[in-house]
Design a protein around this ligand. Structure first.
Ligand code: ATP
Ligand code: MG
Ligand code: FE
Length: 359
């Protein structure tokens, strides 16, 4: 089926068009720059930006795919989790389109969408780092972005997704953004830390790995915590500055960035590969904006290879928030003959990952 997907859960207005598993268009507008001076996404600013960007982005996607609205077989939209006001803009637009075109509408879970991105096929979509061939199930999926850090066990993309663990405080991307800010680097901090860290020594400072002590593992085997790490970096920087108040030795930003990045990558991949081993699932799929991180990618490759785990990393344009991944799940739901969502659903900012489609 020809499906248009709408994604507005955070700061990207994403409109994707797929035919079954074939990607036809992936148009994105981002309000990231508008959030830069606040050091993080401001919900109302994001919602207003979606309202302005939606129609032009839909038009861009249609032109890119070379299809007309009337040809669409269905509409899919992210109904959660995410920022409530931002989600509402996409959900309203999707309902309007579904009614105007008289087509079925599917309300899709954003996190499951990140996994659905890996189904998409198209020219140049399979990256060198990823395994070739079909996505095999079950798979462990590690989703890391500015808004979430979740470890999933996916047995059936549209029927059986289990949450193994998630962050109990900050998301990994959020930690990158906050640490960048305290190091005086611009927003978004992830790419900046990555750039600066390239010249640093990852072993210079031993920052803590959250929830990896035996007593934490009992309760939080597959959960993550990054706020302690962030605080630890802040304390280290403060102490260094105090000690060098008189001699003017500058903060070794590259070493701090590299050591911090190492701690995040280490804990993310330790837990993901532990899940693969303990649950007997030798497959790992990565998703979310933090997958852009050079050390995360490198360590994923090294450790997956050592553990005999097949690693899949969708291309970055499909790892960050986008509408194509939502269209991908919509197409799967349609193909499986699932009933469309009624038009009474709303935006659910805390939608659990087990709820793949909202009715
Ligand atoms: P959501 O959480 O709803 O998916 P989001 O907008 O936060 O939304 P993405 O757009 O997928 O998610 O990712 C953005 C995040 O990824 C930011 O926190 C950014 O700092 C981080 N990020 C981007 N590039 C890198 C990188 N090279 N290293 C580390 N973090 C990165
Ligand atoms: Mg984003
Ligand atoms: Fe996302």
């Amino acid at each position: 089926p020809l499906v248009l997907g709408i994604e507005t859960s955070c700061d990207e207005t994403g409109i994707g068009i797929v035919r079954g598993r074939t990607l036809l268009a992936n148009a994105i507008a981002s309000s990231m720059d508008e959030h830069a001076r606040y050091g993080g996404v401001v919900p109302e600013v994001a919602a207003r930006a979606h309202l302005e960007a939606l129609t032009p982005t839909i038009e861009r996607a249609l032109a890119e795919a070379g299809v007309e609205l009337a040809e669409l077989d269905g509409i899919a939209v992210t109904s959660g989790p995410g920022l409530a006001g931002a989600l509402m803009v996409g959900v309203s637009a999707a309902k309007a389109l579904a009614i105007a075109l008289d087509r079925p509408l599917y309300a899709v879970n954003h996190l499951v969408g990140h996994v659905g991105a890996d189904l998409l096929q198209g020219e140049g979509l399979r990256e060198a780092v990823g395994a070739v061939g079909e996505l095999e199930l079950p798979t462990i999926a590690l989703l890391v972005s500015g808004g979430h850090t979740s470890l999933l066990l996916v047995r059936d993309l549209i029927g059986d997704v289990e949450l193994l663990g998630e962050t109990i405080d900050d998301a990994a991307g959020e930690a990158f953004d906050k640490v960048a800010r305290l190091l005086g680097l611009p927003y978004p901090g992830g790419p900046e830390i990555d750039r600066v860290a390239a010249a640093g020594d990852p072993g210079a400072i031993r920052f803590p790995r959250g929830l990896t002590r035996p007593k934490d593992l009992e309760r939080h085997r597959y959960d993550f915590s990054f706020s302690g790490l962030k605080t630890s970096v802040a304390r280290w920087v403060e102490r260094f500055a105090a000690e060098h108040a008189d001699d003017g030795v500058p903060i070794p930003v590259a070493d701090v960035a590299a050591s911090f990045r190492e701690a995040v990558a280490d804990v993310l991949l330790s837990k993901a590969l532990a899940a693969c081993a303990e649950l007997g699932v030798p497959r790992l799929l990565l998703g979310g904006g933090v997958v852009a991180n050079a050390r995360v990618r490198e360590l994923a490759r090294e450790r997956a290879a050592a553990a005999g785990v097949a690693l899949r990393v969708p291309p970055l344009s499909l790892c960050t928030d986008n509408g194509a991944m939502i269209a991908s799940i919509g197409a799967q739901l349609m193909r499986a003959g699932r009933a469309p969502s009624g038009l009474g659903f709303g935006a659910d900012s805390t939608l659990p990952v087990t709820e793949v489609q909202v009715r």
